[in-house]
Design a protein around this ligand. Structure first.
Ligand code: F6R
Length: 347
């Protein structure tokens, strides 16, 4: 069922535009949920791994668009802060499988005190049966162990949720265009294949970003670790000086996630910091960013309509592709990374 693709992972990356389109059809269902939640004054996200990174984007969105204080907890750490929940808190569980043990355990606890919402890809899974509200991400079955199309579908659900809660019609409209940007990115995937062959022997990678670009950096690093077995660290660009800069040396690849937006100037200065220490800067930015183009060693460019607000949905694609092609260059099977399972049913 790979339909001509070499691996499920690349097939599923190619299905991301469709996954987003299908998830956008959940809008009316999500509207019913947001209409019912007018009395909440706090949101807590609970998730693991890639779903945790989608949750981090959710925090930025909900706080900036809806003004609702939002926390993000790792499901395995949830029990250490459960006591502050009450009936005005909405606890959102994000899980592709709907069967992750830590997430389900936290869901049981949160059900006792708070309203619960599960954002899940597998219909009929345990999380969908236990949460008060459910949003189904419409990614279709994901076979590759690394989450790709389910991640962008989770993000799409959160964007819809935040836009509806905040009555932000402009954002709702902008989301409709996202699948178009994907097609352009996939057409340029040869650029990433070349980067992959250049960097396949690297021992460490850093990924940096600010604001909305920060969770993108974290997710890019997680994908790299999972399927290429290269050490990758995602960092908030502003944290570089507080430690990791000591590790930046000649030839260390640093992926700088730099969509247009208000953080641009500051992240650019972080780029210059790593570059002056000899890093190979791999920049993901926009076509009209001349400054970036003149500074980076390697570049992947995206339509400049994609600003930092919607970048999480789009800028992750080249990073997923980079990990995929490095895995291929290293002779690894990206669908079945060692020691990992699609669904983690133990705590
Ligand atoms: C990474 C990945 C994992 C999962 C995590 C949570 O590519 O797939 O990090 O995101 O195990 O799984 P779910 O979303 O099923 O709860």
């Amino acid at each position: 069922e790979k339909e001509g693709y070499d691996y499920f992972m690349i097939k599923e990356i190619n299905e991301e535009g469709t996954a987003i389109k299908n998830t956008l059809t959940e809008k009316d269902n999500i509207k019913k949920i947001t209409d019912d939640l007018s009395d909440i004054n706090r949101i807590v996200f609970v998730a693991c791994g890639t779903s945790y990174h989608a949750s981090l984007t959710g925090k930025y969105l909900l706080e900036s668009l809806a003004g609702i204080p939002t926390d993000v907890l790792l499901a395995s750490e949830f029990k250490y802060s459960e006591n502050t929940l009450n009936d005005e808190t909405l606890v959102i569980f994000i899980s592709q499988s709907g069967e992750t043990a830590d997430t389900l355990k936290a869901l049981n606890i949160a059900n006792e005190t708070s309203k619960t919402l599960a954002i899940v890809n597998v219909a009929g899974s345990s999380a969908t049966r236990r949460a008060k509200y459910v949003i189904h991400t419409q990614a279709g079955p994901e076979i590759g162990v690394a989450a790709t199309k389910t991640y962008v579908s989770q993000l799409t659900s959160i964007y819809l949720f935040a836009a509806l809660l905040a009555h932000d019609d402009n954002l709702l409209e902008r989301l409709q265009k996202v699948p178009e940007y994907f097609e352009d990115i996939l057409k340029d995937s040869e650029i990433i294949e070349k980067m992959a062959s250049k960097y396949k022997y690297a021992q460490d990678f850093f990924f940096i970003g600010r604001g909305y670009a920060y969770p993108i950096a974290l997710e890019g690093a997680l994908k790299l670790k999972e399927i290429t077995y290269i050490h990758g660290e995602g960092y908030a660009a502003g944290e570089l000086k507080h430690g990791p800069l000591a590790l930046i040396d000649q030839g260390v690849p640093v992926v700088v996630v730099l969509p247009p937006g208000e953080n641009h100037r500051k992240t650019m200065s972080n780029l210059e910091e790593v570059k002056s220490r000899g890093a190979d800067v791999i920049a993901v930015g926009s076509f009209n960013d001349e400054k970036l183009i003149s500074k980076a060693n390697d570049l992947f460019l995206i339509n400049d309509e994609v600003d930092d607000l919607i970048a999480p949905l789009v800028y992750i694609i080249p990073l997923q592709l980079l990990s995929y092609y490095i895995a291929i260059e290293r002779g690894l099977d990206p669908d079945k990374p060692k020691n990992l399972a699609k669904c983690v049913t133990v705590e």
